[in-house]
Design a protein around this ligand. Structure first.
Ligand code: 13P
Ligand code: SF4
Length: 338
């Protein structure tokens, strides 16, 4: 890859101004790092998985697999390399480890948390289990391996509706995202499906910032505007949106819209950036919010992880937790394929 190739892809990106204003000179500085990463990947038989929310230069130059969390968890089952460098957040690295216990999984970003994954522990799920012994426990994939180990089935934003509506039990405990849980309750009610769903109190600090008044304001200013949001947004936002879905589903919806459609895309800035670059025939208006955890991944810390894997943060989980959490993830693959 040359600096010109990289700059051609990055120059259309504008969200968040200062942070996302790419120059040719900046791309030139990145090229030696990118080349060394690509060399070290071969040397160490490593692959890089990157979520769409990380900095676009990572997705566009060194990622072997990219996408939303469901696609990345499917991709993780196909990896043949000895080492996985997961440019995202820790819970996604844990999922990759659970699906590849023999492989080394490295986490390059120093802030690898997630406000949802950090909002509940496995111990708290055990307490809830005592309170709701007849309920099926459903966890969002944005949870730690300890939480998955105590739940029956996990879901992602792309399959939450399908899986919960397919479950034979009508009594559900859904953890940890209260906003996604309310959106789920609304969608089920709208389809006439009755489930009693107990919710927890977690939320994503990035998506909860979006406000329904913002949508009203932008709609007034932009005739023909289509509003697209993530199910981690407030139900008031979801109800006013033209489309609600996972990052992968949002990409598909936007790609299929007629040229020159204006979009208000209410999710993390990484996706806005990617789509500004990949879909120049669409217009993206408004600003977006950044996830500090996803954005703590950089080409520099990916390079450091590959140069010195012995010093990198590795995902290490007990066999017992991995075995139990795998059952929960396998149940997701089972229901998602129905
Ligand atoms: P996706 O499942 O859409 O990839 O979302 C993951 C996430 O962390 C959203 O904030
Ligand atoms: Fe977690 Fe929200 Fe960041 Fe996604 S965007 S990783 S849910 S904090």
């Amino acid at each position: 890859m040359t600096a010109q190739d990289l700059f051609d892809r990055l120059k259309k990106i504008q969200p968040g101004a200062v942070l996302c204003s790419y120059t040719f000179e900046y791309c030139e500085k990145l090229i030696p790092i990118i080349n060394e990463i690509n060399e070290l990947k071969k040397e160490r038989n490593a692959v890089i998985l990157a979520h769409s929310y990380v900095a676009p230069e990572i997705v566009m130059s060194v990622a072997d697999f990219d996408g939303d969390s469901f696609k990345l968890s499917q991709d993780a089952t196909k990896v043949e390399a000895d080492m996985i460098v997961f440019a995202a957040v820790r819970f996604m690295g844990e999922t990759a480890k659970i699906l590849n216990p023999q492989k080394e999984v490295l986490i390059p970003g120093p802030l690898s948390g997630c406000s949802l994954a950090d909002s509940i522990t496995g111990k708290e799920v055990c307490e809830l289990r005592k309170k709701y012994p007849d309920h099926t426990f459903v966890c969002y994939i944005n949870t730690t391996a300890d939480v998955k180990a105590e739940c029956d089935v996990c879901v992602t934003s792309s399959n939450v509706f399908k899986i919960v509506s397919s479950l034979p039990n009508d009594k559900i405990v859904f953890v940890p995202d209260a906003l996604m849980g309310k959106n789920l309750q609304n969608s089920l009610e709208a389809k006439g499906i009755h489930k009693e769903i107990v919710l927890h109190t977690g939320s994503c600090y990035v998506h909860e910032q979006y406000d329904p008044d913002l949508i009203r304001f932008f709609r007034e200013q932009n005739p023909g505007l289509r509003v697209v949001s993530h199910p981690e947004c407030h139900p008031g936002v979801a109800l006013l949106s033209d489309f609600v879905g996972s990052t992968g589903q949002m990409v598909k919806y936007i790609k299929e819209a007629p040229s020159h459609t204006p979009f208000l895309l209410l999710t993390e800035c990484g996706l806005n950036a990617r789509l500004q670059s990949e879909l120049p025939d669409k217009t993206f208006i408004g600003s977006c919010s950044m996830c500090k955890y996803m954005k703590s991944n950089s080409l520099q810390n990916i390079l450091e992880s590959l140069r010195h894997p012995e010093n990198a943060v590795k995902v290490e989980l007990s066999c017992n937790v991995m075995d139990k959490a795998k059952k929960c993830i396998d149940a997701m693959f089972h229901y998602a394929a129905l």
